[in-house]
Design a protein around this ligand. Structure first.
Ligand code: MRU
Length: 377
């Protein structure tokens, strides 16, 4: 077993690289993104001066993960407004850049609503742009706070579910500070367990085909000095069978009203494995990920990504060659099935942890009452 204990690893840099930030240099406001397609090989920033560049960054996954997409979407509307682009057009392009993570459309709509309202009230485009930026900043701040509250609720739940401590947690995809204004969702819970001495091991699924687990979660785990081990997605079954997993913690891109959870492809097989092996399967997401307008799992649009992501290795470290910019690993012309997400039915989800509290068991009624509570705050 390839086992890397991060305490012996080399990456000791501080943890808090912001995934994005708004800047106002003399040449005009910009949104600066940490280009996640280049991690962990290099920390390169992408400077977006117009909404089209941000749409491209979202599509290429330079900026990604549900909560961060919401924040980026909000800033994208502000960028369009302050730089004099057609705001409604930019908002539509941003909201449609990726279909599954509902936070993207939620973030865009929030800044768009602030812009519309200020424009209608004052008739002044500069004031309207300021209102859009204020809305994006508020969203950013709220996500940072939500992240800390999810971590606290999630840690309390882990302690309840696993009173013996020494948690061995399996996670999939990437859910840390790279997807959030704060420390993330599922990863923030694992980090809280680590800081309180309760995390024995973080099992990190590599997360084919784009390796968000290997490239990004392992990067965050190393920077936080956590004990982690990377595994191929295919190795999860034997890990469960060996009794090495105490809980699964994942994030979500959209949670339907009935509690169905869309998350990175490969999450559903983990839920099936967890149920078979009597291991809790816990989803951690902000309330903005719950979409009351999507009734059930079948109604969630799952993004289909280009086949070359499967037929070629596109990790940043490899030299470029194939049609998608990577090294071919399948015969030319091979068709690929490449959904970016899958949907886990609510009956396989032990609990959904949000900043407003924990829903368990996961039912339509319990989720609706949580959302109603959050709207009152
Ligand atoms: O395609 P990605 O990299 O944007 O997918 C991200 C995920 O699936 C995350 O697990 C999800 O957004 C939850 S992040 C808190």
């Amino acid at each position: 077993m390839a086992d890397q204990d991060a305490r012996n690893g080399e990456d000791k840099r501080p943890t808090g690289i912001p995934a994005l930030r708004w800047e106002e240099p003399p040449e005009g406001p910009v949104l600066v993104l940490l280009d996640q397609t280049r991690l962990p090989a290099e920390e390169v920033e992408l400077v977006c001066t117009d909404p089209a560049a941000l749409v491209e960054a979202i599509r290429s996954l330079a900026v990604r993960g549900a909560p961060l997409l919401g924040i980026a979407g909000g800033y994208g509307v502000a960028l369009a407004a302050v730089r004099g682009f057609e705001v409604e057009e930019a908002a539509a392009a941003l909201a449609g850049a990726r279909p599954t993570a509902v936070n993207l459309a939620v973030g865009v709509r929030r800044a768009q609503a602030a812009h519309r309202e200020a424009l209608a009230r004052t008739g002044d485009t500069r004031q309207a742009a300021r209102a859009a930026l204020a809305a994006a900043r508020a969203l950013h701040r709220e996500d940072t706070e939500a992240s800390a509250r999810m971590a606290a609720h999630g840690l309390a739940l882990l302690d309840e579910l696993l009173p013996a401590g020494g948690h061995r947690v399996l996670t999939h995809c990437n859910t840390g500070s790279l997807v959030s204004g704060g420390e993330g969702t599922a990863f923030a819970v694992a980090l809280a367990a680590h800081r309180s001495g309760r995390l024995r091991r973080l099992w990190v699924d590599e997360t084919r085909p784009l390796l968000q687990g290997a490239r990004l979660t392992a990067y965050e785990a190393a920077r936080n000095d956590m004990a982690y081990t990377l595994l191929t997605d295919n190795a999860a079954g034997s890990l469960f069978a060996a009794g090495e997993v105490d809980a699964v913690l994942i994030g979500a891109d959209r949670i339907a009203a009935d509690g169905s959870v869309a998350n990175k492809v490969g999450s559903y097989p983990l839920a099936v494995l967890a149920r078979y092996h009597h291991v809790p399967f816990v989803v951690v997401a902000p309330v903005t990920t719950v979409d009351p307008d999507t009734p059930d799992g079948a109604s969630i649009e799952v993004e289909q990504r280009p086949g070359y992501e499967v037929t070629e290795v596109t990790a940043p470290q490899v030299p470029v060659a194939g049609a998608g910019g990577g090294i071919p690993v399948a015969p030319l012309g091979t068709q690929a099935y490449n959904p970016a997400f899958d949907v886990t039915p609510p009956e396989l989800v032990t609990a959904i942890v949000t900043e407003e509290g924990v829903v368990s068991p996961v039912t339509t009624e319990a989720l609706a009452s949580l959302c109603a509570r959050s709207r009152q705050v």
